[in-house]
Design a protein around this ligand. Structure first.
Ligand code: NDP
Length: 282
């Protein structure tokens, strides 16, 4: 039976450290703050934004939500981003994705001041990550690295297989694992015979968003299985990409959904925000 990697507990520790750093800033008269831009009324995005507000509250960070209507044009969004960039009282800026059709996420991300880009998606920050000189760490991959370290799983010399090549998870995850000396294979929707690759993984990260994608027979016995996927089941409950009941007896470590990677992503966002606030004051 695999050991459960408790992201909730690990996230609590990170958030407690952030709160302490926030309190130290407040003692100096600085109120750390994160602005979240939400365009449109996507219900899942609304939940994610509410969670970020809660996290901010817990961590002593002022959360500012800029709600913009679905009809917002790209130019109007850019004006809003420029205002936040210019506001010294705002330390972190996050644009909640997905953005409505008609707004290019690249253009929006590019407009964020890289020093406030706590999501680490600005081309400058993404470039620094691939050069092994990260400024802000990408939230989900960094959260996964913390969990691996916490459970004593050293990527060095291991074969890590990542399913998914998005800019937000798959690609930066590749970089972080490479920088820790793993041999990394990246799979995607055009990978033939996914199972043949995943069965060679000592560390398997699934970041697809497809329920039941990773079955027990696709996992190498003793592997660490990191399930990034967040999928809504017909009964309304959340599930990952991995068939947990099949994976648990085969793997040595596994993250649950919910309670695994999700809380870590949220905690690293708070950590990046407090880092941005501290850096803005020196
Ligand atoms: P994207 O949709 O941007 O990327 C999904 C990736 O999965 C793509 O690279 C795609 O390949 C690949 N893919 C799709 N179908 C298959 C398949 N059948 N076999 C192999 N690969 C496939 O998603 P994100 O990276 O943004 O998110 C992935 C999942 O992680 C989602 O469920 C999301 O909700 C969740 N998520 C969870 C977070 C957390 O904190 N737990 C944080 C961020 C995301 P291709 O490139 O060829 O299209």
């Amino acid at each position: 039976m695999a050991i459960l990697m408790d992201g909730k507990a690990a996230a609590k520790t990170i958030k407690a450290e952030v709160l302490e750093r926030a309190q130290r800033l407040r003692e100096r008269g600085i109120e750390p703050s994160l602005a979240v831009i939400l365009v449109g009324d996507d219900p899942a995005s609304a939940v994610y934004v509410r969670n970020k507000e809660k996290d901010c509250e817990e961590c002593g960070i002022k959360g500012i939500v800029c709600r913009l209507p679905a009809e917002t044009t790209q130019d109007e969004l850019l004006v809003q981003i420029a205002r936040l960039d210019a506001n010294p009282a705002v330390h972190g800026i996050l644009i909640q994705q997905p953005l409505p059709a008609g707004i290019d996420p690249f253009v929006a991300t590019y407009a964020v001041d890289p020093c406030k880009d706590v999501d680490a998606l600005h081309p400058q920050n993404a470039g620094l990550i691939s050069l092994d000189r990260p400024h802000f760490l990408p939230c989900t991959p960094a959260g996964i690295m913390v969990l691996l370290d916490l459970y004593g799983i050293d990527p060095r010399g291991k074969h890590a297989v990542i399913i998914g090549r998005s800019h937000i998870v798959g690609k930066p995850m590749t970089q972080l694992l490479l920088s820790r000396d793993a041999t990394v294979t990246v799979c995607h929707s055009r990978t033939p015979d996914l199972g043949a690759v995943t069965r060679t993984a000592d560390i398997l990260v699934s970041a697809v968003g497809r329920i039941g994608l990773v079955t027990g027979d696709m996992i190498k016995p003793g592997a660490a299985v990191i399930d990034v996927g967040i999928n809504r089941k017909p009964d309304g409950k959340l599930a990952g990409d991995v068939v947990f009941a099949e994976a648990e007896p085969v793997a040595s470590y596994i993250t649950p959904v919910p309670g695994g990677v999700g809380p870590m992503t949220r905690a690293i966002l708070m950590k990046n925000t407090i880092t941005a606030a501290v850096e803005a004051t020196v």
